[in-house]
Design a protein around this ligand. Structure first.
Ligand SMILES: [Zn+2]
Length: 369
């Protein structure tokens, strides 16, 4: 990425080099490749009826540069809800980036009520390394999951916490009424269209139902995620999983664009969906999942596919050693629907083979368990 020249910092170390004391000229507006750089976003001050693009300064790096997050803001001609459409906080989860690009390209701002903040790839470090996590250079290098560190702290902690803190405080706070956070399954595994939704928060099921994915899970959330941290402050948020990592899956992307558009219609932001209405089927609603994981290492042949209904005792997968001898058969511990598969054949112990979802009728599980 091309970067602008930073203003020279004045040095007060007793040098008598006059040129060092000369401040760089103040820049009216930093630009990268013609796109303005911002340090803070306030959507309420933007012109109505326009789409604007920015690079947001999200984190400083060890070589005195910055990580710049791409941001697209569509402010409608009239006021209404303000939707955050985030993607790729996990840097290898790419389908959502294309969803954001397509949604933002499809919005007619003259018909839009409210504002959409589209982020086509939040974790630019993860994108750079084709990795779920953000790279930290300190102590020889490590990785941090930005979707477990929200809302972060821009002045304390590791650079992941600071990245999240700047994003939360300067890009999102005060700008957002609804949230759809776009993900995929992790590399080597696959989901269908799948929404995590906390039914205890007003508005969450309205978003989930409008998206109309293959599966909705009622779920109490997880600390530090975008979804849960917004839900915690009563801004309804869902996590929307779209297929597999490291791919653009056109069919799922187009269905997801349709789902986001329907959510915008449901909240009176748009008069009609963005995409031609597809034939919609009722989603499977579950509140509990069971993961079948590898108990040994080896090569796995799956006998089920996504969204298959399985019964207790049904064989799900067979694992072989390097010579092709069977070392393990995996069976379903209960009835359920196949929510996720590990379809990268090499599986180490502990890695996902199949995840089932079902409905647990216990009172303690009604809101998700
Ligand atoms: Zn993710």
């Amino acid at each position: 990425m091309a970067r602008t020249t930073r203003p020279t910092r004045c040095l007060a170390i007793g040098l008598t080099v006059a040129s060092l004391a000369v401040a760089a000229p103040a820049l009216a507006q930093d630009m990268i490749s013609g796109v303005p750089v911002i340090d803070k976003l306030d959507v309420n001050t933007l012109p109505r009826g326009k789409i604007t693009q920015y690079w947001f300064k999200a984190a400083e790096t060890n070589d005195a540069q910055w990580l710049y997050v791409p941001v697209i803001v569509a402010r409608g001609a009239q006021d209404g809800k303000r939707l955050l459409l985030n993607s790729a906080i996990h840097g290898d989860e790419l389908n959502g980036i294309r969803v954001v690009q397509k949604v933002m390209a499809g919005i007619d701002v003259s018909a839009l009520k409210g504002t959409v903040i589209g982020i086509p790839g939040l974790n630019v470090s993860g994108n750079l390394h084709a990795n779920r996590q953000m790279y930290l250079s300190t102590d020889g290098g490590s990785l941090v999951d930005l979707n477990r560190a929200m809302p972060g702290d821009e002045a304390k902690g590791d650079n992941g916490a600071r990245f999240d803190g700047r994003v939360w405080n300067r890009l999102w706070a005060g700008n957002v009424d609804l949230v759809i956070d776009l993900h995929t399954q992790s590399t080597g595994t696959a989901y269908p269209l799948y929404v995590w939704a906390d039914p205890r928060v007003d508005g969450v099921l309205k978003i989930a139902d409008a998206i109309n994915p293959d599966v909705i899970k009622y779920d109490p959330g997880e600390k530090g995620t975008v979804e849960t941290e917004f839900d915690r402050i009563k801004i309804p948020a869902v996590t929307f999983e779209i297929g597999r990592a490291k791919l653009f899956q056109e069919d799922l992307i187009d269905r997801a664009v349709g789902g986001v558009g329907r959510a915008m219609v449901a909240f009176d932001m748009l008069p009609a969906p963005l995409a031609k209405p597809a034939e919609l089927t009722k989603p499977f609603i579950g509140n509990e999942t069971t993961s079948i994981t590898a108990s040994t290492g080896g090569f796995v042949e799956l006998h089920v596919k996504l969204l298959d209904k399985v019964t207790k005792g049904q064989t799900l997968a067979t694992q072989m050693n390097a010579f092709g001898a069977v070392v393990k058969e995996y069976t379903a511990p209960s009835d359920g629907l196949v929510l996720a598969i590990g379809d990268e054949p090499t599986r180490e112990p502990g890695s996902l083979i199949v995840r089932l979802i079902h409905w647990n009728a216990a009172d303690t599980c009604k809101q998700g368990c």
